[in-house]
Design a protein around this ligand. Structure first.
Ligand code: EPU
Length: 306
């Protein structure tokens, strides 16, 4: 979708919003899949309510794009525009045991920035690509930890109610790859409380997690991490592996040879290829194990914006 409303286009500069015309979501997502649309880069959080008001007035549907690392986007011209937060500099501030982090901050950089200031707890998240906002939204976790445990406060834009809000950490529920945020809530900033630990100790934990991840996951290929959530008490990756589906492909969408719950874009996969692969694997798992796998990646393969 392209913005053409002259009043809206003229207002963008005064709101500090940069328009990337006809951006390819394939270039903005780790899977390298997705159609084209206008992307509006927001430099000031405070401009968001006014921007959304203008989009509403012009009848423009929108969706919010974080780091694009856990997302499968449909092919073709998209029937919505995307909003994305620009990175701030600095995007992390540490005070005592607290880290104040902008939602657009890179997750890995946040982990190492805090580590260097002797704040640990998030070692498991090293190597998880994406932004802090995306990690919050999904309650990203690995190797026995999840980011939700450290959240004390979140600033967000509630798209459904068209307003900014600050939530206390204990008012948010963080479960396995699920939170009580609404699907269209836009994370803006977070206050984390992190356990103090000497840098050398944190570094050791980071190294161990990095090694484990490198040994078991296809980090140098285009993917969105694990495609399916693990069902209670079972491993989606193990089930898919046991069915001999590693290497199985639909077009250029392929089950990784290294980790069966990672589906990679081995060339020029389309969203249709990836959806075909998801449907095939889900059906094979249902037939053999009697469980219907739920996707862990967010699907933007249908529908409109907010
Ligand atoms: N396994 C296989 N074959 C495979 C993959 C895994 O047999 O192809 C077996 C492993 O040997 C192991 C078990 O399945 O015994 C679990 O595998 P793994 O330790 O790799 O963990 P996972 O449950 O597949 C989860 C998260 C990952 C996270 C790792 C490490 C989900 C859906 N996945 O994977 O998160 O990095 O644990 O903590 O919860 C993601 O969310 O995108 C993601 C990659």
């Amino acid at each position: 979708m392209r913005l053409t409303d002259p009043k809206l286009l003229a207002a963008l500069a005064s709101l500090d919003v940069e328009r990337q015309e006809g951006a390819s979501l394939a270039d903005l997502t780790s899977l390298g899949i997705g159609g084209t649309t206008d992307v509006l880069l927001i430099r000031r959080h405070a401009a968001l309510p006014e921007l959304v008001k203008l989009l509403d007035q012009a009848g423009i549907p929108f969706r919010f794009l974080g780091g694009g690392t856990n997302l499968l986007v449909r092919d073709g011209e998209l029937p919505w525009i995307n909003l994305q937060l620009a990175r701030h500099d600095p995007d992390i501030r540490v005070e005592g045991h607290f880290a104040f982090v902008d939602a657009a901050a890179d997750l890995g950089r946040t982990v190492t920035f805090c580590a260097r200031r002797d704040l640990g707890g998030m070692e498991g998240l090293i190597g998880v690509p994406g932004t802090v906002g995306g990690a919050l939204r999904m309650n990203a976790g690995a190797y026995g930890m999840q980011i939700g445990s450290y959240v004390r406060e979140v600033e967000l834009y509630r798209a459904a109610e068209r307003r900014l809000e600050t939530l206390r950490g204990d008012a948010i529920s963080f479960e396995y790859r699920h939170t009580s945020f609404a699907p269209d809530d836009i994370m803006l900033a977070v206050k984390l409380e992190l356990p103090p630990k000497p840098y050398s100790e944190i570094l050791q934990g980071i190294r161990i997690c990095n090694e484990k991840r490198r040994a078991s996951q296809p980090l140098n290929q285009k993917s969105a991490g694990c495609i399916f959530k693990n069902p209670a008490g079972a491993s989606a990756g193990r089930m898919i592996d046991e069915l001999g589906l590693k290497g199985f492909s639909v077009g250029d969408a392929r089950v990784s040879d290294r980790h069966a719950n990672f589906f990679v874009n081995a060339g020029r996969a389309s969203a249709a290829d990836m959806l075909g692969l998801i449907a095939h694997v889900r059906e094979r798992v249902r037939e053999s194990f009697g469980c219907v796998l739920e996707t862990e990646v967010i699907l933007w393969t249908d529908g409109n914006g907010c």
